[in-house]
Design a protein around this ligand. Structure first.
Ligand code: NAD
Length: 511
């Protein structure tokens, strides 16, 4: 199928495309008259105009998804699985194209974008096993000649609202499982990076997904609020910053919806004195500056325990200075930030870090960037001797700024991790198995890496943080994802038998 969406050429700034929504298996032009600009962060060029849906347009898309639900929920698991397999093959065929779309709107380097697509595809592969995952249980003769079995059924129309930093992977934490379990989907992507979702909608259509099962509504708060309050939306899966996650959770649940709202993060990497310091330095670079620090699992605080700090900071600084920052299509190590506002925000934090008295070891505001135009660049930035009162330590910066905090003991390090209001990810670097075991037991964080800096779980486990990093009870994908997108029923069955006991108004008990 040929796409009307971006090709790398179209994304290079030569033409400004007008994008659309996707509803009922086809593109739906925006009618609100409101638009936002989509930019190429490496050049600063506007590449597309995105229609922002009105409440009425959003409701029309929801009604389309509602109309598609009865037939999809009754479609056999065998047929649903075949479509998922076809979608998976199309992802394989178009992985490179999707990665280039991501880079053209988010800015991350193409190899990183390809990794994102691969991690999203893992959830599709997990969902291909839905026939097994949907199996209930059965008990014969729970009471005399009475059998019991449990089943799980889809919810209906489910809303997914995603952030800018993973245009493919984050929506794919949810929609493969939602669709496989028999729901229909309304996805509201981030207005900064909308094209990947629209291309994915085309691939679903090519895979044979019935019209109306997967829909995309583009927009801002107006569209989100409509999804959160519309009576025909059964659940909301949200990923974004903590204040919006909390708002989404409170508004969605107040309107009777099942909500999982994943929020922001401030992830610590603790390095013990016995760790391999070269490994720790390499991984601090990967986790601190990969995707320009715009990952919810990025490491932004490195806690150096004992007398290793001088050596470790030296090793990280050498590696940071060697990184090449520029256009993600040019083989650079690190790309730009997503918008000019993000660049200014991160620069402001660097100024504040200097003001707080921290030592600025590597300044990302300086230096050459390998790109044409006026991209939104900040290079890798490293602070040492950071106070836990400084905003570069307390706030989620979401940029390539790594803060080193020095402590004397393991206990001080764990206290720091546990006193954070966030609890998304954390990592410990050590060669001491006993310390690692204690750490995983003691830290109040949802995802933990031992000598692994970005411990994003495989699709058959579930992704999610604790505290202000997740509002709601259920994490994404894995068996928790299957549970989120289904409701349980228990059926108690007795087939008439000539020896039935007649009328009995007492409460049923086992006999
Ligand atoms: P964001 O909160 O600004 O936006 C997320 C979504 O909410 C977007 O679709 C946006 O259109 C919508 N939105 C924005 N403002 C809104 C408002 N006032 N009312 C209703 N909806 C609104 O987040 P972002 O900047 O796109 O993404 C970065 C954030 O996401 C970071 O905080 C990052 O940590 C977080 N994130 C968390 C995870 C996780 O798994 N916990 C994963 C990825 C990103």
């Amino acid at each position: 199928m040929t796409s009307t969406l971006s090709s790398p050429a179209a994304a290079s700034g030569d033409t400004v495309r007008t994008l659309h929504h996707w509803s009922g298996g086809q593109r739906l032009d925006g009618a609100s008259g409101r638009f936002s600009d989509v930019t190429d962060p490496a050049t600063g060029a506007v590449t597309a105009r995105l229609p922002l849906a009105s409440a009425e347009e959003t409701a029309v898309v929801i009604e389309t998804a509602k109309a598609a639900f009865p037939a999809w929920r009754d479609t056999s698991l065998a047929k649903r699985t075949q479509i998922l397999f076809r979608f998976r093959e199309l992802l394989n065929a178009h992985a490179g194209e999707l990665a280039e779309i991501i880079t053209s709107e988010h800015g991350k380097v193409v190899s990183d974008a390809a990794g994102e697509v691969a991690r999203g595809q893992e959830v599709v592969e997990f969902a291909c096993g839905i026939a097994h995952l949907m199996k209930g249980s059965a008990t014969e003769n729970a009471s005399t000649r009475v059998d019991v079995h449990s089943i799980r059924q889809p919810l209906g129309v489910v809303g997914i609202i995603s952030p800018f930093n993973f245009p493919v992977m984050v929506p794919m934490w949810f929609f493969p499982v939602a669709i496989a379990t028999g729901n229909t989907v309304v996805l509201k992507p981030s207005e900064k990076v909308p094209t990947a979702a629209l291309r994915i909608a085309e691939l679903w259509a090519e895979a044979g997904l019935p019209d109306g099962v997967f829909n995309v509504v583009n927009g801002d708060k107006t569209a989100v609020d409509t999804v959160l309050t519309h009576p025909d939306i059964a659940s909301v899966s949200f990923v974004g910053s903590t204040p919006i996650a909390q708002y989404v959770y409170e508004t969605g649940t107040a309107h009777g919806k099942r909500v999982q709202a994943l929020g922001g993060a401030k992830n610590h990497m603790v390095v013990l004195p016995d760790a391999d310091l070269d490994l720790a330095a390499d991984q601090a670079i990967n986790a601190g500056f990969g995707s320009a620090g715009e990952r919810c699992m990025a490491i932004s605080a490195l806690v150096a325990v004992g007398d290793i700090a001088d050596t470790l900071v030296g090793k990280i600084a050498d590696r940071a200075r060697a990184l090449r920052t520029g256009d993600g299509r040019r083989g650079c190590d690190m790309g730009p930030l997503v918008t000019d506002a993000a660049r200014e925000r991160v620069s402001g934090y660097i100024d504040a870090g200097v003001g707080s008295g921290a030592t600025l070891v590597v300044d990302g505001r300086e230096g050459e960037f390998d790109a044409d135009g006026s991209g939104f660049f900040v290079g890798p930035t490293l602070f040492d001797h950071v106070s836990t009162e400084a905003s570069i330590y307390t706030d989620e910066i979401f940029g390539p700024v790594l803060s080193v905090v020095r402590v004397d003991t393991y206990d001080e390090a764990v206290d720091l991790v546990n006193s954070s209001p966030y609890g998304n990810g954390t990592a410990l670097f050590t060669n001491d198995g006993g310390a690692a075991r204690r750490f995983q037991n003691e830290v109040e964080v949802g995802m933990i890496g031992i000598n692994v800096p970005v411990p994003v779980p495989m699709a058959y486990y579930s992704f999610g943080g604790w505290k202000n990093s997740l509002f709601g009870d259920t994490h994404a994908h894995g068996t928790e994802g299957v549970h989120f997108f289904t409701r349980g029923k228990v059926v108690t069955t007795r087939w008439l038998d000539p020896s039935h006991a007649g009328v009995n108004l007492g409460f049923p008990t086992n006999a």
